[in-house]
Design a protein around this ligand. Structure first.
Ligand SMILES: Cc1cc2nc3c(=O)[nH]c(=O)nc-3n(C[C@H](O)[C@H](O)[C@H](O)COP(=O)(O)OP(=O)(O)OC[C@H]3O[C@@H](n4cnc5c(N)ncnc54)[C@H](O)[C@@H]3O)c2cc1C
Length: 307
């Protein structure tokens, strides 16, 4: 007999766990399914989550949120969801390995995204994150880089925008291409006006360490050393399940911007990084609250008064 839930939430990051807390407190039978890959688990310390003036470690924050939702009755299950479809009675999700099926009247996708990373072996990459020499989110932690020597990797329009954004925090910024420089003449002029160095030779070797991040440029003997490097290589939202359910993606790869408020598929909501390009914990939490409240009210609209 397949399990039947009033709401299944795919994802146990800030969006999914906020939605789970709200749903559980609305006294819904709610299950969170996740494959253990919340990006928040990779944050050494975040300092821009409201309410944590001393900062908070990503894994610690996720653990508090998980315990909070479980405290009110949310179920948790670690498994990858590999298929999703909408049947007559609601949503049917298939789990990897066991091929077990879950049935849900409503569904919240809070599946996050994949980062495009520089070519580093996984262990080296994660150590560089922990050391704080490799960072991905100028909005989150630009404030920690005031007057530091910053490298931005990825010399296209995205890289140029990120370098210009960081200029508010430091005058010592260099834009370096991962492969070929694709900086337009217009961007190059703006970068030069802002005092940002633009390197045209690609990186031949990356060497992050405890004391900074070195990049060896193609043809150079001496590496460039930065206090911190921000890759600006783009992201890929985890929208596979959303696409299976018929959602159309926006030009930025996210599900439609109004998706926490509802999608064209009845009973389906999206929240967090999958739904909005700002990619912030506080945004994901807000989305989770919205998505859960909308899903709860949608369920109520199908129930007899008093149920
Ligand atoms: C190094 C780093 C530092 C950051 N620093 C900050 C910061 O300081 N401040 C800030 O606001 N933000 C920061 N962020 C961004 C922040 O982590 C994200 O915005 C936030 O985690 C988004 O929450 P989410 O719930 O949408 O997605 P996520 O937290 O990524 O969670 C996605 C969830 O979906 C699950 N999932 C996806 N697909 C499936 C599937 N098919 N089956 C089962 N489970 C699935 C994953 O396992 C995961 O549980 C940082 C990110 C990184 C990587």
């Amino acid at each position: 007999m397949a399990e039947q839930w009033e709401c299944v939430i795919v994802g146990a990051g800030p969006a999914g766990l906020s939605a789970a807390l709200y749903m559980a407190r609305f006294r819904r039978r709610v299950l969170v399914v996740h494959d253990g890959r919340s990006r928040a688990l990779r944050i050494p310390v975040t300092r821009n989550v409201p309410g944590f003036p001393d900062g908070v470690e990503g894994p610690g924050l996720v653990d508090r949120m998980r315990r909070h939702a479980v405290e009110y009755g949310a179920g948790m299950r670690e498994a990858e969801v590999v298929q999703a479809r909408r049947g007559d009675e609601g949503f049917v999700l298939t789990l990897a390995d066991t091929r077990e099926q879950l049935h849900a009247a409503s569904l919240i996708l809070a599946t996050g995204l994949y980062l495009q990373q520089p070519p580093l072996e996984e262990g080296v990459h994660e150590a560089a994150l922990r050391a704080g020499v490799l960072r991905y989110c100028p909005i989150c932690d630009g404030h920690e880089q005031i007057d530091r020597c910053i490298g931005v990797i990825g010399a296209d329009g995205h890289g140029a925008r990120e370098a210009l954004f960081l200029r508010r925090f430091s005058a010592d910024i260099t834009l370096v291409p991962l492969h070929n420089s694709e900086v337009t003449a217009k961007d190059r002029t703006r970068l030069q006006q802002a005092g940002i160095r633009v390197v045209d030779r690609p990186v031949a070797h990356h060497a992050p360490g405890e004391d900074g991040y070195r990049v060896q440029l193609d043809g150079d003997d001496q590496p460039l050393r930065f206090d911190v490097v921000y890759p600006a290589l783009g992201v890929r939202q985890r929208t596979e399940l959303a696409v299976m359910l018929g959602l159309e993606l926006g030009g930025d790869g996210t599900t439609a911007a109004d998706s926490p408020l509802g999608t064209p598929v009845p009973g389906l909501y999206c929240a967090g990084d999958i739904a909005e390009g700002l990619d912030q914990i506080s945004v994901a939490m807000g989305h989770g609250a919205l998505a859960a409240t909308r899903a709860h009210n949608w369920l109520r609209s199908r129930e007899a008064p008093g149920e």
